[in-house]
Structure formats: C-alpha cells, structure tokens
Design a protein around this ligand. Structure first.
Ligand SMILES: Cc1cc2nc3c(=O)[nH]c(=O)nc-3n(C[C@H](O)[C@H](O)[C@H](O)COP(=O)(O)O)c2cc1C
Length: 320
C-alpha cells in the first residue's frame, strides 16, 4: 500500500506472521526512467521473503521493461496492479482504469509474463462500476476476466471485492470473489481482499468463500500484530501466540518500535514520524479512549521522537 508498506512496516507484519508482504505500488514509467525515489521502492531484504513487488502502468512495452528492472531486485513475486481507483492512476488508464479496457489489460499481463521468469500475479477489482458487473449473458465480469488473466500465465489472482466506482465505499462484496473461486475452470489460487478486519471475519471468508488466501490492508494500520491474532484464531497451535501484544503497554511498545524503524528507513526523524502518523491515527490501541481528543491531536502533531514517546507514555499513565 502506497506510503504504508515500506520495509520497516513490512518487517513488523512479517514478524507477526504475515505469510507474504507486498511493496507499495511502483510506477513502471518512473522505473524505466530510473527515478531514484521510485528505484528505492525496489529495495527488499531476504528476511521479508516471500515478498512481492507490485508495479502499475498503462503501456505494455514499458510494463515489460519495468518488469525486467524489477526482476533484478529478485522479488519472489511480481504483482501487477489493476485495482488502484484513484484519479491520477485509474483516470490515466492504469490501475483500475484497465477494467475499462480488458484487451489492453490482457496485453500488458502477457507482456509482463513473457518478460520475466519470476512468477507474475495480478491484483484487481470486481469491475469498473455497478453497471459493468455482469456480462450480457449474465456471467459476472470478474469470473470471465479471471479466466482470461489465468490464460495469460499468471500464477495467482487477488480480488478486492469492490468496483472502481466504489473506491473504498460500501462493503466489499465477497460473493463475486467466491464465484471466481468456485468456477471449476479456475486452477490458480484466488486471494480475497476487502474489509477483513477481525480474526472472526478472516475465518468466515475462508469458510464461506473457499478462497486460498486472504489479503489484509487497512486493518493492519497501527496493528501489525493482527496477523498473529488471526493465525491464533484460525489454528489451535499457533506458534505466534506468545508474540501477540495483549496489554496496552505491549501494544504501545510495538508502535514505538515502528516509529524507530520508520525513522531509520526514511533517514530523517521528522519525516519518519510524519510517515508513522497514519498508523497512530488508525491504531485500535487508541480507539474509544474517553476524553482522548486533545491527546490525539498532540500525538498527531508531535514532530520529534522524544515528544511522540512522551505522549505515548502519558497515554499509558492515564488510560493504560
Ligand atoms: C492508503 C492506501 C494505499 C493503498 N495502496 C495500494 C497499493 O499500492 N497497491 C494495491 O494493490 N492496493 C493498495 N491499496 C488497496 C488495498 O491493498 C486493499 O485492496 C483495500 O484497502 C481493501 O482492503 P482492506 O479492506 O483490507 O483495506 C491501498 C489502500 C490504502 C487505504
């Protein structure tokens, strides 16, 4: 996820049991132009394997060139983003924009698969909008698209259960993800995505829709231990149980560790803290605390490590 899944955060997710982590999406044209800030996104470490590098773009030739550049970074998987709904991406015909131009999406996919030996996977959405969810013969658009993507040689498909038009609104529709999984012609693993926020929901998605894996996005913000909680719930003998922070103090310790890792990764104290703010803002650790508003504002305004840690310690004194 853009501005979220940097190496610092990926390592935390990994420690708490994420089976696979993904880089932020990386712009193919910027890779081809060798833009330094983009090239930096290709940096992966052996400790985070298996790791996928995700690219996006709208031109098959430049996506194939970008794929070759990505391959030199030796990711375990090269993922193509056909799901990003934001205007500056989808509006320009990349990301979810390709849901309106399936021939081009397939051309890009074939070009990338042919360009590299690394397994290529795709992440996409259910369709462009509500009106295009079903083909004229009643087949769900995504069921048909999944087969075609499979025919291009991808090894896995991840589906976010929303249309592009929905952006992040409404609830993710898992029934269409289930329809793809239950299509007897599908041979590749299907990864379901959208609104999985609790261990209970994770189990329900596996049980009801039969998906091979679940991809978790926003619920991990300020909560990288969610993976361990899910695994503990899904299996009786999780070896991650002793890692799960149970008390507020233990959780805050993980958030502090994240701040330090972000500062180290960004290479600048203030920028590292600004980068971590999204996580404090969304963290379940600080949800529902009485009279928390002023403290929350102070936490989100703090610009030094010392200040952030002091506010977190005050929170523990007062609410812990
Ligand atoms: C801030 C933010 C950045 C995101 N960046 C990416 C991205 O780079 N690549 C991608 O495939 N999806 C990206 N997504 C979408 C998520 O991966 C996921 O598909 C979506 O949030 C739904 O899953 P969730 O309900 O578990 O969050 C992003 C989402 C958010 C909120």
């Amino acid at each position: 996820m853009e501005d979220v899944t940097d190496p610092a955060f990926r390592m935390l997710c990994k420690r708490f049991g994420a089976d696979r982590v993904y880089t932020e999406f990386v712009n193919a044209d910027a890779l081809v132009r060798d833009v330094p800030s983009t090239m930096r996104k290709l940096r992966i470490r052996d400790e985070e394997r298996p790791v996928a590098i995700q690219i996006y773009g709208r031109d098959a030739a430049s996506m194939a060139d970008a794929a070759r550049i990505v391959e030199q970074a030796r990711p375990d998987i090269l993922d193509i983003n056909f799901g990003c709904p934001v205007k500056k991406v989808a509006g320009k015909g990349a990301g979810a924009g390709l849901l309106r131009d399936v021939p081009r999406m397939l051309e890009i996919t074939r070009a990338v698969v042919d360009a590299v030996k690394t397994p290529v996977t795709v992440k996409t959405r259910l369709g462009w909008d509500q009106q295009s969810l079903y083909l004229e013969d009643g087949t769900p658009f995504i069921v048909d698209l999944a087969e075609r993507l499979q025919d291009c040689g991808i090894t896995e498909l991840a589906i976010h259960g929303r249309t592009r038009a929905q952006m992040y609104r409404d609830e993710a529709d898992w029934t269409l993800i289930g329809a793809v999984k239950n299509n007897p012609r599908m041979r590749i693993p299907i990864i379901g995505n959208g609104d999985v926020t609790t261990p209970e929901r994770a189990k329900e998605c596996f049980d009801r829709y039969g998906v091979d894996a679940i991809m978790i996005g926003r619920a991990t913000f300020g909560c990288p231990w969610l993976f361990a909680e899910m695994k503990e719930y899904l299996s009786n003998q999780s070896n991650l149980s002793n890692l799960i922070p149970r008390t507020m103090a233990e959780k805050v310790a993980v958030l502090k560790e994240h701040v330090d890792a972000a500062i180290l990764w960004v290479g600048d104290e203030r920028k590292g803290i600004v980068h971590s703010r999204r996580h404090f803002a969304a963290s379940p650790v600080f949800k529902g605390l009485a009279d928390f508003r002023q403290t929350r504002i102070a936490l989100l305004r703090a610009e030094t490590r010392e200040e952030v840690f002091r506010i977190m310690d005050d929170i523990l004194d007062r609410w812990g």
